[in-house]
Design a protein around this ligand. Structure first.
Ligand code: NDP
Ligand code: AKG
Length: 424
């Protein structure tokens, strides 16, 4: 397939954004022309029709995708997103970022991502189970523990990974826990995987606060998205001594200058599903949350929420990208020009999740399990190593932090491709 066809297949703002980042990084490291398109474009993608029976007996056909960006350094790896705004282009962009992320962390995986166009809140638990199982059923010819290993992302969770693992295991005739990560502990999930992404975000924030000499006790935090990543980052930052002053979900946010009781907010979500009417503070909109004066702003939901229109309104010292792709390229240039916001780029900031997914896969394959302490110690060691590598690259070449992180990731993927050669 020509790259013209590939580009139009994935055509979307977010894919264009990921491609422009790649082009800038490739120029910055003088990547040979012969390796550029080969490293940039996804290796393959699959699109599925996913018919499921609804509880009322009717049938709805959902649309789903899996994009495997790169398999040169190991099986491809990345989460599955259930969201109404999913597009093939978004999934492709997310798969590219997974490649650079795994490579930056020194994890022997390529990148992948999956998605289904669905609002999971509008399905019952039984319907979600049918959809998760059907997605895995369709994916079976294209994955395996050495080929492609999914995990949770927005709108999916441990339970869905459990159903997917069960569907795959029934197909192959034996239990195969290493086919997905982020599973329930009872099915071979790793200690620490649930909290890994948020805990990793919090750990990196702590390291950068130390660099800036800002005490944790004087740190205020605003978080957009109070799901797996946002809530776990909140818990970890509160445990470090910071104050979380704002949280939000798709319905809007809560602001409390004295600090939000995160445990109470989690209890509220567990019973009410959404933060609307949570009485832990004043109600604000998601736009207002992004413009709050705070030490640390953590977007932990959708891509492209910090953009040209609101970049000038951002008033944090550290922008910690828990989400993938939350800052558009133009908004990043505006923030860099301003010079008062330190951006921890997504491929570094939220890499705790895939790192512990790698540990989970290793534990599944060895059938030997580690305790949480060991998992977290290994995670923090890898995050610190990656942060130091990014800072060294930034200092050496005068790059932005994102360019530093992406050049490191891209160079390693390109080197692996060059070493493997081409088929005659
Ligand atoms: N899970 C992981 O391990 C990793 C996730 N990430 C990234 O982190 C981000 C969040 O993922 P995750 O926490 O797993 O997802 P979850 O589904 O667990 O949580 C997503 C959160 O975002 C909220 N949300 C949805 N739409 C909006 C909106 N329009 N405005 C504000 N908030 C919104 C959701 O609200 P509601 O629940 O009400 O819908 C929910 O609180 C994604 O970008 C993902 O790619 C990155 C690395 C690893
Ligand atoms: O845990 C994983 O394998 C992938 C996590 C993920 O989707 C991400 O880092 O964006």
């Amino acid at each position: 397939m020509s790259k013209v066809i590939i580009s139009s297949l994935y055509s979307s703002d977010v894919f264009t954004m990921a491609c422009r980042q790649f082009d800038q990084a490739a120029d910055a490291i003088n990547l040979p022309e012969s390796l550029r398109d080969r490293t940039k474009y996804p290796r393959r993608c699959v699109a599925f029709s996913l018919p499921i029976q609804r509880d009322d007996g009717s049938v709805t056909v959902f649309e789903g995708y899996r994009v495997q960006h790169n398999l040169s350094t190991g099986p491809s790896k990345g989460g599955i997103r259930f969201h109404q705004d999913v597009t093939l282009g978004e999934v492709a962009a997310l798969s590219m970022w997974m490649s650079w992320k795994c490579s930056l962390m020194g994890i022997p995986y390529g990148g992948a991502k999956g998605g289904v166009i669905v609002n999971p809140d509008q399905l019952t638990a039984k319907e979600l189970e049918r959809l998760a199982r059907r997605y895995m059923q369709e994916l079976i010819p294209f994955i395996g523990p050495d080929v492609d290993v999914p995990a949770p992302d927005m709108g999916t969770n441990e339970q869905m990974m459990g159903w997917m693992m069960d569907t795959y295991s029934n197909h192959v005739g034996h239990i195969e826990p290493a086919i997905v990560t982020g599973k329930p502990i009872a099915l071979g999930g790793s200690a620490g995987r649930r909290e890994a992404t948020g805990a990793g975000v919090a750990y990196l924030v702590k390291l950068y606060l130390e660099d800036l000499k800002i005490p944790l006790g004087e740190t205020t935090v605003a978080i957009q998205g109070f799901g797996n990543v946002g809530s776990e980052a909140a818990l970890a930052l509160v445990a470090y001594g910071a104050k979380v002053i704002a949280i939000s979900d798709w319905t809007g946010g809560i602001y409390n200058a004295k600090g939000i009781d995160i445990g109470k907010a989690l209890q509220y979500i567990a019973s009410e599903k959404v933060l609307t009417d949570f009485d832990g503070g004043d109600q604000i909109t998601n736009d207002e949350l992004l413009a709050l004066e705070c030490t640390v702003l953590i977007p932990a939901a959708l891509p492209r929420v910090i953009k040209k229109d609101n970049a000038d309104k951002v008033r944090c010292r550290i922008l910690a990208e828990g989400a993938n792709g939350p800052t558009t390229n133009l908004a990043e240039r505006m923030l860099i020009k301003r010079g008062d916001v330190l951006i921890i780029p997504d491929v570094l900031c939220n890499a705790g999740g895939v790192t512990v997914s790698y540990f989970e896969w290793l534990q599944n394959r060895q059938n030997y399990y580690w305790d949480r302490e060991e998992v977290m110690a290994k995670l923090f060691k890898i995050l610190l190593r990656a942060k130091n590598a990014v800072e060294a690259q930034k200092a050496k070449f005068g790059f932005s932090r994102r360019l530093a992180a992406q050049t490191l990731g891209i160079q390693r993927v390109a080197d692996a491709k060059a070493s493997r050669g081409l088929f005659p």
